[in-house]
Design a protein around this ligand. Structure first.
Ligand SMILES: Cc1cc2nc3c(=O)[nH]c(=O)nc-3n(C[C@H](O)[C@H](O)[C@H](O)COP(=O)(O)OP(=O)(O)OC[C@H]3O[C@@H](n4cnc5c(N)ncnc54)[C@H](O)[C@@H]3O)c2cc1C
Length: 415
């Protein structure tokens, strides 16, 4: 029987749930509070650089199976571009060394045994010392599980986990870090090819989903903020949009795919993470040098990752709370100095934009991870999605899509 499903929130989790349900033949209505779909994963035209930029540079890996399947479902898998082999160039500002971390094409992590492919100045046994991380309990921190110092830590583990967890790795959840390591480094080269939405997050991961939904007769309403659930017993029976209310039929279902603070307001008593961390992105209108890699890891700098896009160099700085109140131009100049060093370019500060997402992700510590709820609620026809729900992963696109897929599967299984 065809159900009508209301999805609250048009971020990646809401859109992925909507796409899965629409493909299963159900009537889907997506309600988004803001005037743009995409949530924390979106593009917009920036007058300062005269370019369409993303709110943040988003890196996916080829092993992000749910995210890649989602792109395939909306017809944009080819828009996720990256090198054919899992290779990551790095530069270390403290020593000036540059190297290519080459995870190769094989499933087995043989690169660890090859001096020319692993991180310089590290030995095989350094890698074995990471073993306790791979199956660590969610109650432990990374600092409890492994030694957070030394060349391998500084040059690989710290950059990888900082990007994935968005907290200083020693305080991060060892359980979440372990999931990342299992699904990336341990899964070998085929799972680690970097993928970037080169034509922009909205063009690759958001707008095609909206178009696909609309082509199937589904509706995506922007500027349509849910104010309250109407409940009766163990069911949600209506949606209150502030004067524009919708009554639900007995077979109808709802997926709430909003951020944690909005979720806690809409569903009082719901356990959600309460602490968040910022991510800072800087975009410079500057033609990358012809040999610039699409992504460069920077060790020992303010900049952590440098991305080369057509007409633009962009950087990501995770765990960026310390930078959110720094004067914008001062920050842009400091970042540009790092960009020049890393990319081997020079020149005055070009047109720039700084995007500081204050609540980019929940704080991936054991304490906050323990507050994440599952997808099921005490209401039989209401399910949760979002990168902050209990996906087993840190706040990532892969986690968002997994949560959306899971919520959709629960709706499909509903009797
Ligand atoms: C700067 C930055 C960089 C990042 N980098 C990466 C990366 O490199 N790789 C990666 O995998 N992930 C990255 N992430 C994380 C990724 O963006 C998120 O995990 C993902 O976008 C979250 O999607 P979501 O659907 O769970 O939540 P959201 O994107 O927050 O979507 C929730 C939606 O609900 C809407 N909403 C809220 N309240 C209501 C209401 N009452 N009614 C209707 N709608 C409502 C919101 O407006 C929003 O559109 C990054 C995030 C940021 C901010």
């Amino acid at each position: 029987m065809q159900k009508t499903v209301h999805i609250i929130g048009a971020g990646i989790s809401g859109l992925s749930a909507a796409v899965r349900l629409a493909n299963a033949g159900h009537k889907v209505h997506v309600h988004e509070a803001t005037q743009q779909a995409g949530g924390r994963c979106r593009s917009y035209f920036d007058a300062q650089t005269n370019l369409t930029i993303d709110n943040g540079n988003h890196l996916l890996l080829s092993g992000n199976h749910h995210a890649v399947s989602y792109a395939r479902a909306i017809g944009t898998e080819a828009g996720l571009v990256g090198p054919k082999i899992a290779q990551f160039p790095f530069v270390d500002f403290t020593t000036g060394q540059r190297w290519l971390l080459d995870l190769g094409e094989g499933r087995l992590p043989l690169w660890v045994f090859d001096d020319d492919r692993r991180v310089p100045d590290t030995g095989v046994f350094d890698y074995f010392a990471l073993a306790p991380l791979t199956w660590s309990s969610t109650r432990r921190t990374v600092g409890d599980a492994i030694r957070c110092e030394g060349m391998l830590y500084n040059r690989l583990v710290q950059p990888l986990l900082l990007a994935a967890l968005n907290v200083d790795p020693p305080e991060g959840s060892a359980g979440l870090a372990g999931a990342v390591v299992r699904e990336t480094l341990l899964a070998g080269g085929p799972a680690c090819r970097p993928l970037i939405a080169r034509d922009g997050l909205s063009a690759v991961l958001v707008e095609p989903a909206v178009k696909m939904l609309e082509s199937k007769g589904c509706e995506v309403r922007l500027g349509h903020e849910l104010r309250e659930f109407v409940k009766s017993g163990d069911r949600v029976t209506g949606l209150n949009f502030g004067g524009d209310d919708i009554a639900l039929g007995p077979d109808d279902a709802v997926v709430m795919a909003v951020p944690p603070r909005a979720a806690a307001t809409l569903l009082p008593g719901l356990s959600t993470p309460t602490k968040f961390r910022a991510i800072v992105n800087a975009h410079f209108r500057f033609d990358p040098p012809p040999n610039a890699p699409p992504i460069l890891g920077v060790v020992g700098g303010l900049v952590e990752w440098l991305f080369a896009f057509p007409q633009r160099l962009s950087v990501t700085i995770s765990n960026g709370d310390r930078l959110v109140d720094q004067p914008r131009e001062e920050l842009a100049r400091a970042i540009w100095a790092d960009v020049c060093k890393a990319a081997g370019v020079s020149g005055d500060l070009p047109p720039w934009q700084i995007v500081r997402e204050r609540r980019a992700t929940f704080e991936a510590t054991p304490e906050q991870n323990a507050l994440r709820p599952g997808a099921v609620t005490s209401f039989k026809n209401l399910f949760l999605a979002g990168d902050w729900t209990d996906t087993g992963l840190p706040a990532t696109i892969e986690g968002s899509v997994r949560s959306g897929d899971r919520a959709a599967d629960l709706v499909l299984a509903m009797r």
